[in-house]
Design a protein around this ligand. Structure first.
Ligand code: FAD
Ligand code: PHB
Length: 396
């Protein structure tokens, strides 16, 4: 709801009410900087999207700092390792041993719900179901956003505009094409995900490489499991009955796990394409990009949501320095600082994807290289430490 008339003023206009936009709004407002969030969809819709499940410790800390971590601390599952499996063999990567650190399994849906609650408690200004959002005068000291809401033409004036509107949003597209550079790799397969009210097959995630394709066993809580299968891009969800999904999953994970797998009706089933993408720069005048608006990773490294959090961390700190200390150095460095971390997570996600999936054009040589790399990981402490360091998250 728009509180006053159809013309508004705020300090930071945030486009997108997903995890990046909500977290940024929460961190800024707790430090006394006013924001308005514009979201294209309804709250119910945003909360119906089943997406990420693994949080790095940096993101866990940031959610606590934002005052939105209580339920996560009660209900989230601390994981100190993952299993990598190939055909019938599996081995564990021990995060605690190699990094002294861990990750938290807690669904993006729950985290977003917690952020909405935290924002509600502070009487946040979040406008849902906005249409025709456009950013204007981003290169001037007085940028503004125009949009339609409830049939009215509205204008939001601000000091800064932050695009947290995901990969398909309008913010990135506002940056002049002579400045914007985009780097992309599209993978020749997708992930079919299934959520079911069943106990997880394993206490820790299993990443399985198999000749029929990759499979992942994940979870949301002790009664809710999330599984994924690599599928051809042409496949549709309708092609995959629950029974076909479970049969295929059992073929791709080690027999010991397949025998104890509890199956059940799917609550949700969807196919996501896999993509690596980076847009540079992440700042254009007074417009800043955070999260999926600027970059996408294939989900194999569990990095997408976590990268959104590190962007929000850098940008919130920079904006607070601007408002509290009259210091713009953080804003000037934002794009370079965020991108340095983004590219490392891109590399990790790309290497995990390349390691564990079957590619249509793969030669016998390529297959042997994959097998040798997995063998190396199984036997080398240095290789395991490197995977663990990246998986738990590089420092902010
Ligand atoms: P989004 O979540 O996309 O939010 C953007 C918001 O902006 C949306 O609510 C959208 O409605 C709104 N919007 C769009 N356009 C406009 C507009 N014009 N005006 C106003 N609002 C607009 N990441 C991990 O870290 N770990 C994982 O385990 C993981 N697993 C994943 C599994 C799957 C199957 C998928 C698909 C993704 C996964 N990710 C994972 C990635 C993660 O979900 C995203 O990186 C994360 O959602 C990014 O958050 P965001 O707020 O930047 O963007
Ligand atoms: C998930 O639980 O949705 C999940 C976990 C790990 C990944 C990707 C997705 O790498």
């Amino acid at each position: 709801m728009i509180k006053n008339d159809s013309s508004l003023r705020t300090r930071v206009a945030i486009i997108g009410g997903g995890p990046s936009g909500l977290l940024l709004s929460q961190l800024l407002e707790r430090a006394g900087v006013e924001t308005v969030v514009l979201e294209r969809k309804s709250r119910e819709y945003v909360l119906s999207r089943i997406r990420a499940g693994v949080l790095e410790s940096g993101m866990v800390e940031l959610l606590r700092e934002a005052g939105a971590g209580q339920r996560m601390d009660r209900e989230g599952l601390v994981h100190e390792g993952i299993y990598l499996a190939r055909a019938n063999r599996g081995f564990r990567i021990d995060f605690r041993r190699h990094t002294g650190n861990s990750v938290m399994v807690y669904g993006q849906t729950e985290l977003t719900r917690d952020l909405y609650q935290a924002r509600d408690a502070m009487d946040a200004n979040i406008v849902h179901e906005v249409e025709q959002v456009e950013i204007h005068a981003a290169q001037s000291p007085n940028p503004y956003v125009s949009f339609r809401h409830d049939g009215r033409e509205c204008r939001l004036e601000s000091d800064f505009v932050v695009g947290c509107d995901g990969f398909h949003g309008i913010s990135r597209k506002t940056i002049d094409s002579s400045v914007l550079r985009e780097f992309e790799r599209v993978y020749p397969f997708g992930w079919l995900g299934l959520l079911s009210q069943t106990p997880p097959v394993s206490e820790e995630l299993i990443y399985a490489s198999h000749e029929r394709g990759f499979a992942l066993c994940s979870m949301r809580n002790p009664q809710l499991s999330r599984y994924y299968l690599q599928v051809p891009l042409e496949d549709s969800v309708e092609k995959w009955s629950d029974e076909a999904f479970w049969d295929e999953l059992k073929r791709r994970i080690p027999a010991e796990a397949a025998e104890t797998l509890v199956t059940g009706a799917s609550i949700e089933k969807s196919i996501a394409p896999l993509r690596s993408f980076v847009a540079e720069p992440m700042r254009w005048g007074r417009l800043f990009l955070c999260g999926d608006a600027a970059h996408i990773v294939p989900p194999t490294g569990a990095k997408g949501l976590n990268l959104a959090a590190s962007d929000v961390f850098y940008l919130s700190q920079a904006l607070l320095r601007h408002y509290h200390d009259n210091d713009d150095s953080g804003l000037d460095d934002y794009s370079a600082t965020a991108l340095a971390r983004v590219w490392k997570a891109e590399r990790f996600s790309w290497s995990m994807t390349r390691l564990l999936h079957r590619f249509p054009e793969q030669s016998e040589f390529d297959l042997r290289m994959q097998q040798a790399e997995i063998d190396y990981l199984e036997t080398s402490v240095a290789a395991q430490a490197s995977l663990a360091e990246n998986y738990v998250g590089l420092p902010y």
